[in-house]
Design a protein around this ligand. Sequence first.
Ligand code: 28G
Length: 629
Amino acid sequence: MAKEYEASSIKVLKGLEAVRKRPGMYIGGTGLAGLHHLVKELVDNAIDEAMAGFCDKIRITIHKDNSVTVEDNGRGIPVDMHAEGKSAAEVIFTVLHAGGKFDNDTYKVSGGLHGVGSSVVNALSTHMEVEISKGGKKYELNFKDQRSAEGLKEVGPTSKRGTKVTFHPDPTIFETIEFDYKVMKKRYREFAFLNPNVTIVFRDERSNAEEVFHYEGGLSEFVKYVTKNNKLMTDVMSVSGEKDGVAVDIALAYTDSFNENLEGFVNNIATPGQGTHVSGFKLAITKAMKDYIDKNGKAADKKINLTGDDIREGCTAIISVKVPEPQFEGQTKDKLGNPEVQGIVSSVFFDNFYTFLDENPKAAQLIIDKATQANKAREAAKKARELVRRKTAMEFSSLPGKLADCQSKDPAESELFIVEGDSAGGSAKQGRERRTQAIMPLKGKPLNVEKARLVKILENDEIKTLITALGTGFGDNYNVDKLRYHKIIIMADADVDGAHIATLLLTLFFRHFKDLVLKGYIYIAMPPLYSIKRGKQKIWLQTDKELEDYQAAHEGERFEIQRYKGLGEMNPEQLWETTLDPEHRFLKKVTIEDAVEADMTFSMLMGDKVAPRKAFITENATYAKDLDI
Ligand code: 28G
């Protein structure tokens, strides 16, 4: 028996050793995102337990020593004994892929990297402490360097139920073990909105911050939260139903915004790539509105042929489905593929929404009026777009004069710099590497697209030039395969004006070229503040803090400090050295961590309400730098 146990232990450790050798394969990487992934693995398990209906409280605590505890009040991980004298719990923490649950009657959190399980967390931790409360008894199971010397121990009686896991991430594996409270927080709020019966308590003992997420109102409160920076035109309406084992929950409201904002979730996982649940919603809302207008509309309204886009202008909706076996598609596995879900969502939503319209004629008329205005604007935009299209076709042979294009025709190696101001633009044109780098200088501030309808956007010269340069076309005519640069780099000063320009451009990309953001083509240049020359060595420093650290580390040595002022004050060589040269420059890739938050941020930054914008700018003093969309 002892021998057998030993043999199986060796096999097990080999499995975990594989995770330690190539952590990236299991958690995506060893940076901050990988570190956070460990917490996510555990929280996902707790969420699975909540979705199965056995748990209504999840606690997540970051401790002072950067260990993290996740605790749920579910059924507790099974403690029965397996072959070879091991408990089921020990197997879950030591055998790769045995961590997830395979009960067929529950929804699992299982897309892409999800669900690789608790054993991966153990594999990448120096220590791990597990406490299981179950059947009136409390058990402990401790690991050091992935091994449990004593196995599962019963330690006494308890009236509680649940699982509590504390892990200490291995500092030799991770680049950092400093958890980021703000980044982690978002996901927990979202989960609480999606699961109104669950309370999540998130604590950070390093700063004594604590947040309790619990939203009785569920998705309706989610919609209120998402639209808090817009003016609401209707109340929030919500629809819930179930069909063929698929649960559908939708909440929506209309705001005075020109954008639509549909956010899909499948088994609590956000689907920025949308999919069949979102298309089902779109079909149903279009059909319900059209049927309603046919039956009850005013004569004038009946004459207008509204499109789905018209009907969704200003619509904010959260579409959450629970699907037993979700199929995720697309490059980033963030698009729901199950074909049956479209019809299910569509039929659940249609009936309920049609009844709502029937019972709320005032709200119905508001939506009709909004859609009618959108339709008129769209017709006008079509004409403007025709114009742009014809011009674009002509100008392709001669790109706009303001653009200094690169020689390469290969998008993969081509870069477009959008540069604040003519003077920096001029230096950039001289300092660049002509073969692969194109420069487009911006005069003044670009148009605030958040407050303008399409017609106005297409009349704007700067935007026309930009679209022509990008090569993708616009709106219905948009084709990402025609993109001429795979790096589009926003280059603005590190001051308030520069931050504003960067934000305006990001808004344009986020609202009208979201694809480019999702694909990771948009960057922000981050010119350094200082260069240091020490002997033959030259290095660049981004911040005052880095300079202080450098000075402290090289006390008594001779070195030369140069401070770089705004872009406009650099000569072509300096601009090349600091911002253009791929060997030395710092670029920040713009990613959409959280589409819901990003949408809110833009509505707020570019919208009408002054107070939240002021608060945001004060909170994020270096705001373009940290703009987290
Ligand atoms: C605190 C950190 C993260 C968990 C449970 C509960 C059960 C379970 C977890 O079972 C094995 C395989 C398929 C059933 C299930 C307990 C059924 C009955 C569980 C967690 C057993 C896994 N009793 N809670 N795993 N399945 N919480 N929180 O990890 O057949 S993991």
